[in-house]
Ligand binder design. Structure first.
Ligand SMILES: *[C@@H]1O[C@H](CO)[C@@H](O)[C@H](O)[C@H]1NC(C)=O
Ligand SMILES: *[C@@H]1O[C@H](CO)[C@@H](O)[C@H](O)[C@H]1NC(C)=O
Ligand SMILES: *[C@@H]1O[C@H](CO)[C@@H](O)[C@H](O)[C@H]1NC(C)=O
Ligand SMILES: *[C@@H]1O[C@H](CO)[C@@H](O)[C@H](O)[C@H]1NC(C)=O
Ligand SMILES: *[C@@H]1O[C@H](CO)[C@@H](O)[C@H](O)[C@H]1NC(C)=O
Ligand SMILES: *[C@@H]1O[C@H](CO)[C@@H](O)[C@H](O)[C@H]1NC(C)=O
Ligand SMILES: *[C@@H]1O[C@H](CO)[C@@H](O)[C@H](O)[C@H]1NC(C)=O
Ligand SMILES: *[C@@H]1O[C@H](CO)[C@@H](O)[C@H](O)[C@H]1NC(C)=O
Ligand SMILES: *[C@@H]1O[C@H](CO)[C@@H](O)[C@H](O)[C@H]1NC(C)=O
Length: 782
């Protein structure tokens, strides 16, 4: 049983021990200085609200603001890394003092971990190496402290006289009184317990009398000394003991200068050269963070000390080593600098007795602008934006970027095409380099007409946060870059039956539209016109069969001709033509009919089919017998003539105009029409061109013909009995392909009319035409 409870107790103890976290190495420092203990502890360990308690045999005393000022403690917070500093005077209320030579300070550090308060009992013992001067004054941040050698008051002092001061400490029997002076005026004396209640501490150590007063007490006063604001506390301690009156003057005069930041980058702070006329300044040393520097070291750090008009001005560069810097967001990014200034002045009085005066002061510059900057380091050849963000202070972090309105937290995911790299500079700043490829979807791309180039734009809104508060600051920049961009180019191939165009897709394709004339190339258009289009993720292939809409022809001969097809590349935004791919290919001719938009009918007809026994095509002619072939061989003849010449017949329907002509083989030249095979004999070939009326601009002009489109042509052969040869039903070579939309028309034949008669009859004619609907071929053939 006993063993069991022992085990459970040790277990409980070890659990308790484990629950309390140890102070991490480096988070706490305890140092001995000439006249005080200094403890620093990082807030990352203590939480934001660390507390200290002074501990001695009589109890535990929380170090509150007021208690600290009365009892000789100072608590300050400094940034970067955020830490709290506790200074405890060797004469502070709860420090154990052994003969003014060894001091032990026991205290508790109360930290907060996850809402739980944790108390750490700590102690430090110091033995200052610097001997005590007969008189010492410390102007702390929150109090003034004077200590004098207790035999100073009685130069002939003996142990007895020193003991005579003892009762001052024990309030019970004391008849010691204190009398304050304000600017030479004496206030009513009061006893020491009364003074203690008012916040003053009088103490008698082994060899010294100590007096401490917080700033701003009713019994102290502010005055100007050589142009410097000074707070003075002047107490006279006295005791009437039978026939002896003991008196001790305790006086402190502390500069209350707040410091001034001058535009040249110095923080300037002033003190009187001497607090009273009988003291002669012999030495001033300064330093930061409780460390006094040799004069040369101070000069090396850029400190300047000048005396004018009995005032010492101390100038410290704003960015001096040992100072603290803190970024701060108020609209823009700012910073300020803080100094934990320490200064020691040594005096001698008329009797050559040494006195030391020490200052602890926290000085802060006003908020200074601290701009970050961006630089466009884009190299266009890399096709990537490179933007440099520099001069980012070390307590500021980049946490996110907004690229053209899209938010991206940092770090980017590893699949992102953006990268950001951080470089730490030697001057306590760091920089970030952001890279975003031009072709990333987040980049705004637009075709710049004046530059004839592609403009890429990236608006960047950086989110920076000041640590540790996490206050956000935004920095905006916009970069653009131009890249040359040429319209897409096509590979073209001629084949027997047409022309094919091939385009390899590029990321910039969306900038362009592909059109045939004024019509946008779409799968619908291709289908309608009989183009064969295949479009996959890699490339676009467009095969354009001969005689489909969009071709232009030239150089017709019996051997062949040239066909040209053109694809236009237009700006997607403006539809302006940016480039074109026109391909001309040679094609073989067997038979053909082409009705060109300028009103020319070109026909290559195989007359041997009409005249199997063999006529002489060179001798053939059109209705107008003076219109002969341009070219002919043994079987074929080539005619090319304006549609409304050579005796063409014109037929108007509601929507179309048709020109018809015929090729005659003169009987005279019809060699050897076989009697044995008379039924095959054909004596004429009819061909016609039909144009939609809506597209005609100059139908009835004598001089010109203009159509939006080519006409549809047909060659028809008629046997001598007036029937069309069954072999001649349209083949692609003989009828111009017609787009589906236009196939719905029903050609309507009307009485052939000479073109110049039309205008006045047009209305009537159209009425007639509407009634008399029947087949073109039959009517014209009859
Ligand atoms: C002082 O602290 C040390 C550990 O740092 C400890 O060993 C010692 O007991 C403490 N002394 C007192 C008097 O608390
Ligand atoms: C100190 O002075 C106060 C007020 O005058 C008085 O009440 C108190 O008794 C005095 N204490 C001693 C120890 O004389
Ligand atoms: C002034 O004081 C500093 C620090 O106490 C010391 O190093 C230096 O020697 C002194 N200079 C003079 C001239 O006394
Ligand atoms: C010194 O004091 C005089 C009179 O008070 C004043 O005119 C002068 O400007 C002061 N000099 C400096 C450097 O402050
Ligand atoms: C990205 O990170 C994930 C998880 O960290 C990992 O599984 C993946 O392989 C990484 N992808 C690349 C491209 O590095
Ligand atoms: C810090 O160093 C970087 C790199 O040398 C430089 O570009 C920048 O201007 C410096 N910033 C400051 C505030 O001195
Ligand atoms: C940058 O982003 C912040 C937060 O979204 C926004 O308040 C600010 O207006 C943005 N700045 C610009 C110039 O767009
Ligand atoms: C950024 O740099 C690129 C490349 O030098 C340059 O073409 C562009 O004009 C610059 N853009 C801006 C907005 O500074
Ligand atoms: C071809 O396909 C792409 C998508 O793969 C599309 O963006 C483009 O518009 C298509 N082109 C045509 C002419 O239809």
């Amino acid at each position: 049983m006993a063993l069991g409870s022992y085990l459970s107790v040790t277990l409980l103890l070890s659990v308790l021990a484990a629950a309390k976290c140890d102070i991490p190495a480096g988070a706490l420092h305890m140092e001995c200085h000439d006249r005080y203990f200094m403890m620093t502890v990082e807030l990352s360990f203590t939480g934001n609200d660390p507390q200290f308690e002074a501990v001695d045999r009589t109890g535990v005393y929380p170090i509150t603001e007021q208690y600290a000022a009365q009892c000789g403690y100072t608590v300050s917070v400094f940034p970067h890394p955020v830490h709290v500093e506790l200074r405890a005077s060797y004469f502070s209320c709860h420090t154990d003092n052994k003969d003014d030579e060894a001091f032990t300070f026991n205290f508790n550090l109360v930290a907060t971990h996850d809402g739980q308060k944790e108390t750490y009992a700590l102690n430090k013992t110091c033995s200052p190496s610097l001997p005590w001067s007969p008189k010492e004054v410390t102007c702390e941040v929150n109090y003034m402290e004077v200590s004098v050698k207790s035999d100073v008051t009685c130069p002939s002092g003996t142990k007895d006289e020193r003991n005579a001061l003892k009762p001052a400490h024990s309030s019970t029997t004391s008849d010691w009184q204190v009398m304050f002076q304000i600017e030479g005026e004496q206030l009513l004396p009061r006893n020491l317990s009364e003074a203690r209640k008012q916040g003053y501490v009088f103490d008698l150590t082994d060899g010294r009398l100590v007096f401490r007063a917080p700033y701003g007490q009713p019994d102290s006063y502010s005055t100007m000394m050589n142009g410097v604001p000074v707070e003075v506390v002047y107490a006279t301690l006295f005791s009437r003991q039978s026939w002896v009156v003991l008196m001790v003057d305790l006086m402190a005069a502390c500069s209350m200068d707040k410091g001034l930041y001058d535009d040249s980058g110095y923080m300037v702070w002033g003190i009187p050269e001497s607090p009273c006329p009988s003291f002669y300044n012999t030495n001033v040393s300064i330093g930061l963070n409780s460390e006094l520097l040799e004069q040369s070291a101070a000069e090396g750090r850029g400190y300047i000390m000048e005396t004018h008009n009995s005032t010492i001005h101390i100038s410290i560069p704003y960015n001096a080593e040992g100072g603290y810097r803190k970024s701060f967001v108020t609209g823009d990014l700012h910073e300020f600098y803080m100094f934990n200034l320490y200064l020691e002045q040594i005096f001698v009085d008329d009797d050559n007795v040494e006195a030391r005066l020490r200052f602890h002061r926290t000085l802060a510059t006003p908020l200074l602008p601290r701009p970050v900057f961006t630089e466009n380091k884009t190299v266009v050849e890399e096709s990537t934006f490179t933007v440099y963000l520099g001069d980012v202070p070390d307590d500021v972090e980049l946490v996110a970027v907004q690229l053209n309105g899209h938010d991206f937290a940092l770090p980017f995911t590893n699949t992102s095409t953006y990268t950001i790299s951080k470089v730490v500079q030697p001057n306590n700043t760091h920089s970030y380099t952001l890279k975003v490829p031009f072709d990333d979807p987040v980049v705004i791309q637009q075709f710049s007409k004046e530059d004839a180039a592609m403009q890429h734009q990236l608006n960047i809104n950086y989110t920076l946060t000041v640590q540790p508060e996490n206050d956000p600051y935004y920095h905006f920049t916009s970069v653009t870059a131009l890249t040359d961009i040429s319209p897409p180019t096509f590979d073209t191939v001629c084949s027997e039956s047409g022309i094919s165009f091939r385009l390899d897709h590029r990321p910039s394709d969306y900038l362009w539209d592909i059109s045939i004339g004024s019509d946008l190339l779409t799968p619908e258009l291709a289908e309608q016109r009989g183009y064969i289009m295949t479009n996959d993720s890699q490339s676009l292939l467009l095969e354009v069969p001969l005689f489909t809409e969009g071709y232009e022809y030239k150089d017709f001969t019996l051997k062949g001709f040239f066909g040209t097809f053109e694809i236009l590349v237009r700006d997607h935004e403006t539809s302006e033509v940016q480039s074109s791919a026109a391909k001309t290919c040679p094609f073989m001719t067997t038979e053909l009919i082409v009705c060109s938009p300028d009103g020319r009918m070109t026909v290559v007809a195989d007359l041997s089919l009409a005249v199997p026994s063999g006529g002489i095509p060179a001798r053939s002619n059109l209705i107008d017998k003076y219109c002969g072939p341009k070219e002919a061989d043994s079987t074929r003849a080539l005619f090319s003539f304006p549609v409304n010449t050579c005796g063409s017949r014109v037929m108007l329907s509601k929507e179309y105009v048709t020109y018809q002509n015929e090729i005659f083989l003169s009987k005279k030249f019809r060699a050897g029409k076989s009697k044995s095979n008379p039924s095959i004999g054909t004596d004429r070939v009819t061909m016609k061109c039909t144009y939609p009326l809506a597209g005609l601009h100059r139908l009835f002009s004598v001089y010109r013909f203009e159509s939006d489109t080519a006409g549809v042509g047909r060659i028809l052969r008629f046997a001598s009995d007036g029937l069309q040869s069954p072999t001649m039903e349209p083949t692609t070579g003989l009828q111009t392909p017609v787009s589906t939309t236009r196939r719905t028309r029903r050609p309507v034949s009307i009485r052939p009319l000479p073109y110049f008669q039309i205008p006045s009859f047009l209305k009537n004619v159209l009425k007639i035409g509407a009634k008399g609907s029947s087949q073109v071929k039959k009517n014209t053939a009859s």
